[in-house]
Design a protein around this ligand. Structure first.
Ligand SMILES: Nc1ncnc2c1ncn2[C@@H]1O[C@H](COP(=O)(O)OP(=O)(O)O)[C@@H](O)[C@H]1O
Ligand SMILES: [Mg+2]
Ligand SMILES: [Zn+2]
Length: 425
């Protein structure tokens, strides 16, 4: 890969050419195919969705399907072989005109379109205008467009794409069929990237792919471009560590190491972990967010044995998480998350980031060491079963009646003299 000068980025090489290759948008693909089969294709379509979910891709496939020469009428799946399909793929079709709405937003730009719509297609069934980021058009441009949309010649189709439908006037919206693309969920991205890596012969660990899929954050294009960067960085075989390093994330090893240190109440090791994060030039806020995610994942694994789509992790790593989670109670985990979320704003307000991080992990140890009301009641039950201590306990207090946290702390102080309890420590 690296020796080739004309490396084509994954997002381009892997742009779906047929409806069957589009993932995660079955609701749209099925509707469009049916419309073609039933010969009820509309004149205007609007594809709505975040970046990199398939708006342009679907618009181009639909254009190919409508103009495909493999049959004498539109086909539900383009052949991808005929001259028309190939020209559309290469962007050289004279009858499929792609316009970037962001840079052609004036009334003059739209007038140019209006002047050409009446001219018959050069060599195809339909003349198709694909206008991307259509919400960027000026008010005047929309008005000019509206005229054309009201009575378009039979051979003309308009496919619009937008990330921001709010900005499109209702008069335009009411004249097109709207399709909302789904955000790519992690499972979809993860499965697609795994399949792609295998077909491309890329060596990437499941954890690395899981991390790339997370970084895609709902966008296939973003996931693929992160994958490109990771390959350029990591070379032959890509690990989760490469992905973390590239994205400035804290890698799993440090987080697991830190979690072990917290569970052991090992202050020194915990501080060393913070040191590693800072030395590695990682973003301190990312580090806190990774920790939040980590404790959140442990919580999820504690409350359900079948996390399904709640966890964006490979099965291998999930097993590791489960093990890490055994060292905490749910109360401790949620308290840890609370604490970390409170740290975040403090972090951005100061230059002393390392100190804030150190303080954060020390507090996590404190939370881990803290005795929760649950534990106190468990101890009490155990005590009740023993005779001598149970007597003493009766003398001192009536534990079952004490339900306020203050009561719990006071009681715990009696039961565990010397332990450091309470909110302000
Ligand atoms: N639904 C999808 N299925 C498969 N690949 C996709 C999908 N959506 C996007 N991609 C990938 O991302 C790239 C960009 O997609 P594109 O359709 O241009 O996104 P946009 O929604 O921003 O117009 C494609 O070339 C393809 O590699
Ligand atoms: Mg696009
Ligand atoms: Zn064709």
């Amino acid at each position: 890969m690296s020796e080739s000068n004309n490396y084509q980025v994954l997002a381009r090489r892997w742009r779906p050419q047929r409806f069957s290759e589009v993932v995660g948008q079955d609701h749209i693909v099925t509707t469009l195919k049916n419309a073609i089969i039933q010969k009820r294709v509309g004149q205007g379509y609007l594809f709505i969705g975040t970046r990199g979910t398939g708006k342009t891709t679907i618009a181009r496939i639909l254009a190919k399907a409508l103009n495909c020469q493999s049959s004498d009428s539109p086909v539900p799946e383009p052949c991808c072989e005929c001259a028309s399909c190939q020209a559309i793929r290469d962007g050289s079709s004279l009858d499929v005109i792609e316009i970037d709405g962001a840079s052609n937003r004036t009334i003059d730009n739209i007038r140019q379109i209006r002047d050409t719509v009446s001219i018959a297609p050069v060599s195809s069934r339909f003349k198709i205008y694909i206008i991307d980021e259509v919400h960027m058009l000026t008010k005047e441009a929309f008005n000019a467009l509206l005229k054309t949309l009201e009575e378009p010649p039979a051979h003309v189709k308009f496919f619009f794409a937008t990330t921001d439908p709010q900005k499109i006037p209702p008069t335009i919206l009411s004249r097109v069929q709207k399709f909302e693309l789904h955000r790519m969920d992690w499972n979809t991205l993860n499965a697609y990237l795994s399949m792609m890596a295998e077909k491309e012969g890329l060596k990437a660990s499941p954890d690395a792919i899981a991390a790339v899929a997370r970084a895609g954050n709902g966008s296939m294009r973003d996931a693929l471009s992160v994958f490109d960067q990771v390959l350029a960085w990591g070379g032959e075989s890509v690990t989760e560590k490469d992905v973390a390093a590239l994205l400035g994330l804290t890698n799993r090893e440090i987080i697991i190491e830190l979690s072990d240190a917290i569970a052991r109440k090992d202050h020194e090791s915990a501080l060393r972990c913070v040191g590693k994060v800072m030395e590695g030039g990682r973003d301190p806020e990312q580090f806190i967010l990774s920790l939040v995610q980590f404790f959140r994942n442990l919580t999820v694994l504690k409350v359900t044995s079948d996390p399904g789509s709640l966890l964006e992790e490979s099965p291998e790593y999930m097993a590791e998480l489960k093990k890490a989670g055994e060292k905490y109670t749910i109360g401790q985990l949620t308290a840890a998350i609370d604490e970390l979320l409170q740290i975040l704003p403090k972090l951005s307000a100061t230059e002393a980031k390392q100190t804030v991080l150190e303080l954060a992990v020390l507090k996590l140890i404190h939370i881990r060491a803290r005795i929760s009301p649950d534990m106190i009641f468990a101890k009490l039950e155990a005590l009740e079963k023993g005779s001598v201590l149970a007597e003493k306990e009766k003398e001192n207090s009536e534990p079952k009646k004490k339900e306020t946290p203050e009561g719990d702390v006071a009681l715990a102080k009696q039961l565990f003299p010397g332990s450091r309890l309470g909110k302000n420590q």
